[in-house]
Write a protein that binds this ligand. Sequence first.
Ligand code: PMP
Length: 297
Amino acid sequence: MDGKLVPWDDAKIHVLTHGLHYGMAIFEGIRAFSTPHGTAIFRLGEHIERFLNSAKIYRMDLGYSAGELAKACVETVRNNPAKECYIRPLAFTGYGEMGLNPLTSKISVAIATWEWPAYLGNESTNRGVRATVSSWTRIDSRSMPVQAKCAANYANSALAKMEALGSGYDEAILLNTQGMVAEGPGENIFRVKDEILSTPPASSGILRGITRDTVIQFARDLSIKFYRNDSTKEELYTSDEVFFSGTAAGIAKVREIDGRRIGYDGTPITDKIIKLYDQATHGTAKRYSKWLTPAKP
Ligand code: PMP
């Protein structure tokens, strides 16, 4: 917290912390995995870059370089016992002045880690999850910058998530203001139709996920035909395979959308991607070892 390692129980903030009231907090979600050479962080550089871009969009001066932030993530992982963990860098307008103007607040930066199994459950890589198209529209970049991972964006995500859970589903799928498929509340979405893999383009108002980018590189390396295109919800309903991608969720299969069964005839492409993601993150696919930053033996 603000440059120091702090015991878990002491990592506290005041109730009048500015960011808590006005949503001025940006964050990242990163994972460290167990590999044959110890614990390593997956695509740390790309996550730090996105963190700094989120800060730039919200005019937050973090006061740390990319190198310092990356080193702090490694230090935090090293000083916690878990072999595999989720890493949450967070920057927020701190305690001081209340009122809407965030520019008078000092910026606090913290990094926390915890053990977090696949966010949508172990079922997500085996049987798959059940999803529903949300009645909430994904936020639009004319109102909120969707490329900034800002806490405020997640009020939209939380509404969709609560609605999905309340209707007995595991996850939501949000459409954008044009009515085209955007993403999950905290994941990107892919579909397979006639052996062609596709995902909505960045221009559809999604967060450009680092796992999404990983999947796109896998598609190239596995010679899977791939393109970025907009799709309607009925195109999702009639897809052969659908999956979510995200750091917290990993690659999570979708087995049903709004009562329509998906992946009825198996999920060969999703299975290939899940396998390669598992190998790349756990350091057993040499080709992707460049994506792993060693954290501890
Ligand atoms: N979309 C949203 C809205 C997210 O919150 C996330 C999680 N960061 C993603 C997509 C997936 O991004 P990543 O693969 O970088 O975790």
